[in-house]
Design a protein around this ligand. Sequence first.
Ligand code: FE2
Length: 383
Amino acid sequence: MNWPIVKGKATRQAHVALPEGTFEEEHGREGFYGRVSHLYHTHPPTGWTRIEGPMKPHAFYLDRITPSDMTDPRGTPEPVLYNDDLVLSISRRSEPAPFYSRNADGDELFFVHKGTGKIETDFGVLLYEPGDYIVIPRATTYRFVPESKDTFIVVVEAHGSEILPPTPEQKGLIGMHALYDTSAMTIPDFIPYDPKQESSNGKEYELRVKRLGEYTSIFYPFHPIDLVGWKGDLTAFKINMRDIRPVMSPRVHLPPSAHTTFLADNFVICSFLPRPLEEDPDTLRVPFYHRNTDYDEVLFYHDGDFFSRDNIKPAMLTLHPQGIHHGPHPKALKANPNIMRTNEYAMMLDAKHPLKIAPAGESAEWKEYWTSWQEKKAEAATA
Ligand SMILES: [Fe+2]
């Protein structure tokens, strides 16, 4: 079913030459892939005066969350958001784990906001640094060994199938090397296990397995990663944000799906990175308003200036639930004609099914965030 109906004032093409005094909303299905109408409002749809009821936009100061792994080497990451498909947690491990880990509940994606170190895995060693996306396949044995004390990692556990880069078919017309060439991905450096390093003094090694959210420790008299070789096409891998090369068009604002980094069952991960903005004076330069019909939108702000959002700083996270509008803040809308490039580094997670907020998220919430589209209150919050 595909009918181009036009009623009243509308553009000839989406996001271009909006009728004078209007605010465009993209009202679509299936993220940015399904059927869609563009609605031309006379007021920004985020111009509410009051919200009564449980649904509103949320923002969280994640650096106010102190997971138990921050101070206790035996500690764990702290969940912030979750649904049946995924759990988003924060890990701030400051000491090497005194155990090996295995997550039987799902693939894990680690986005490194701060800190350096290494992860020992069945497949070898991966060094990590800020801006890294690291994917560890479900049930891989690994151990985190931070070098710095300031490690701050956003962890996404995927309960469905694998977390994978877009396939050449999914990249479609923009070509298989767009967004990032998969050759820029790093796989672990394999170092064969040397049995001579095995201790003969009765040392015990702990392997902690997560299954159905619970931990079971399995103990061995030998090293849990005692591999002298491996073969195959399943391995851990990483890509750094600096190696992602965003696509843009000088003449039309592209939807967030153009910035897809990974896909998993019922969620996608996108990266918003520094790039020139649209140069055509008729073209919208800020994200269009939308009401997230089929996805909850989560954004983690890693670094830079977040031009479409006021009062958002690195290490904050926003959650825009399905059904309520979001779009540019009033200040960004006014600056629209003057801004020529973005300087933002942010990770987006779009979840097909509604997310719930865990207690740690609730405790770190900026409760007035929903007022930040009201010009006066947004300015007061800056003061
Ligand atoms: Fe959005």
